[in-house]
Design a protein around this ligand. Sequence first.
Ligand code: ATP
Length: 287
Amino acid sequence: MHKEQATTAEDGHSDLLAGDSDTGELAGKELVVGYPGTETPVIEGETIEIEPGSVTALIGPNGSGKSTLLKTLANQLEADAGSILVDGNDIHSLGPKEMAKKLGLLSQESTSPNSLTVEDLIYHGRYPHRGFFEKVTKEDQAAVNRAMELAGVGHLRTRELGSLSGGQKQLAWIAMILAQETDILLLDEPTTFLDPHHQLEVMEIVEKLHDESDITVALVLHDIEQAARYSDHMIALRDGAIQARGTPEEVVTEELLADVFRIKATVEAGSTGPKVTMESPLHDDPE
Ligand SMILES: Nc1ncnc2c1ncn2[C@@H]1O[C@H](COP(=O)(O)OP(=O)(O)OP(=O)(O)O)[C@@H](O)[C@H]1O
C-alpha cells in the first residue's frame, strides 16, 4: 500500500482525514489476557506495536485471539498483565472522552436499539466531541454528513436500524466510527455481511484514510489476499500467539498458510500483493 503526501483540512479535505503524525501510536506490551472461568489465558505475554499512520491487518484462524487482542488494545477487555500505551501514555491514564477521541473500536459485538435511525447512530460517534446533553454543532453535522458520504449510507439516514439488512447495518456502524474522528481505528472484521462490491468500498475507505492522513488503522480480516492488498503490516496469530509479523510479502507465505491456517496453497507475487490460490485443507497434525 503506497502512502501519498498527507493533506490537511485546510487543503479542503475532510477533517475525518485529519490524523496527526505525532499521534496514533498504539502498543500492547507483554499482554496476558483471559476470560473469567477459562483455565488458561487466551493471550500469554504477547507484545504488539502498531505503527502510527500504518494499516495493520490481523489474520488468523477462528478462535486464534484476534478479537481478544483488539478489544484489549481498546481497553474494552482488561488484561491480566501487561500494559497498553497510546501515544506513549498508559491507557488507564486517559479519561473516557479523551480515550474515545483517540481510539475507536468497531467490534463484532456492537449493538444498539432497533428503533434508532442510522443518522442517530452516527451522531453517537460524536459523543467524545460534545457529550450527550450538549447541542449538536456545525462541526458535528459536517462530520456526520462526511462519514455518511464516505460509508455510502446517506440514503439510509432516516431508516431504523431494525429495518436494515446485516450489510447495511455494518455500513452504518462504520459511518459511526468514522464520525468519531479518532487518531486510531480498530476494525474487527469490517467487511462481515458485505457483498464483494461493498467489501471493496470499505477497503477503499481504509485506503483513503491511509493515503490522505496519518490515521492508524488495525483491522481483522479473514480474506488473506484483501488483507495483504490493503495493509502495509500484517500480524498472523494462532492459538493466541503471534506467529509472524512484517510486510504482506513477508507474512503471506505458503509455509505460514500451512502452519497457521492448515491450508495447502500456492502464493505468487501479484501487482496488488501476494496472490493466494487455496488448494485444500491440511488434516495432518502440524507438530
Ligand atoms: N467471552 C468469552 N468467554 C470465554 N472465552 C472466550 C470469550 N470470547 C472468546 N473466547 C475464547 O477466546 C479465544 C479467542 O477468541 P477470539 O474471539 O479472540 O478469536 P478470533 O481470532 O477473533 O476468532 P474469529 O475469527 O472466530 O472471530 C477462543 O478460544 C474463544 O473461544
